[in-house]
Design a binder for this molecule. Structure first.
Ligand code: SAM
Length: 249
């Protein structure tokens, strides 16, 4: 039976590519990759040879048609992204939906996901969390998003890059308050893996004092808002407070 496999790849340490992932990649007739050169290096490391096509945000629709044609011919197709689990802040959503709608099986080969790895070592509540991925790149839109999250009680999980980590922490501090506890997980599974917890103010100071700590890839996890006050109000009072909140600047 032709299948589209969604295969997770390492987020740093190549030892994290599972035996089954290697097997499925080696058996693929076609590998759809976010960046074929990047995936080419991964495949070369494992001595795997396969035909590749690129799938990124700008060509996913055409690529879906091509992948479906391959499946119709009985080919095994694999989707990978540059790192971690495809579709998690990565391309693939349109492809998976189109392939499923065309009636083909889509099967996961699970593995690394940066935010799950970060959550598992953060020491923050993990029973409920809100994965937000990347915040908007412009500060105005970013603050607006953060405002909308200010009273959320689950642990908040964000992806961040070298370029914006400092300004994002600043915005989080001004919106959530400098005393909100957070954890920064940097370069997980790589040489300079660092996981650091503290108030947002402490984290900003620590990062400001050491420019090396601003380099690499980050997951930022923020403790949820403490639930208090409004939950004890009667529902009608709560409704009015919400209405007022929406109207006020
Ligand atoms: N699909 C990936 C996954 O499953 O985690 C995420 C892809 S997203 C384009 C890349 C972002 O993931 C980075 O900017 C960073 O926020 C996070 N990330 C990826 N690798 C990481 C690592 N080794 N340590 C910390 N964060 C990482």
């Amino acid at each position: 039976e032709p299948v589209l496999y969604i295969v997770a790849t390492p987020i740093g340490n190549l030892g994290d590519l599972s035996p089954r992932a290697q097997e499925v990649l080696a058996g693929a007739d076609l590998i759809a990759a976010e960046d074929t050169r990047h995936t080419g290096r991964l495949l070369a490391h494992f001595n795997i040879k396969a035909a590749m096509i690129s799938v990124h945000d700008h060509n996913e629709r055409q690529r879906a048609d091509l992948v479906i044609r391959h499946l119709q011919e009985g080919d095994q197709v694999v989707l990978v992204s540059d790192a971690g689990t495809p579709l998690i802040s990565d391309p693939g959503f349109f492809l998976v939906r189109a392939v499923r709608e065309a009636g083909f099986k889509v099967s996961p080969v699970p593995g690394c996901c940066a935010f799950i790895a970060a959550l598992s070592v953060s020491g923050l509540p993990s029973d409920r969390f809100l994965f937000e991925g990347f915040l908007p790149s412009k500060s105005g839109a970013r603050r607006q998003r953060l405002e909308a999250l200010r009273n959320e009680t689950p642990t908040l999980v964000f992806y961040e890059s070298t370029h914006r980590i400092a300004s994002s922490l600043d915005d989080m501090s001004s919106v959530f308050g400098a005393e909100r506890y957070a954890v920064v997980a940097r370069e997980l599974t790589k040489t300079f893996e660092t996981v650091r917890g503290g108030t947002l103010a402490e984290l900003i100071d620590w990062m400001g004092a050491d420019a090396n700590q601003q380099k690499g890839e980050f997951v930022v996890l923020v403790h949820g808002a403490q639930s208090q006050g409004p939950v004890d109000l009667d529902p009608e009072a709560l409704r009015i407070v919400r209405l007022l909140n929406e109207e006020l600047p």
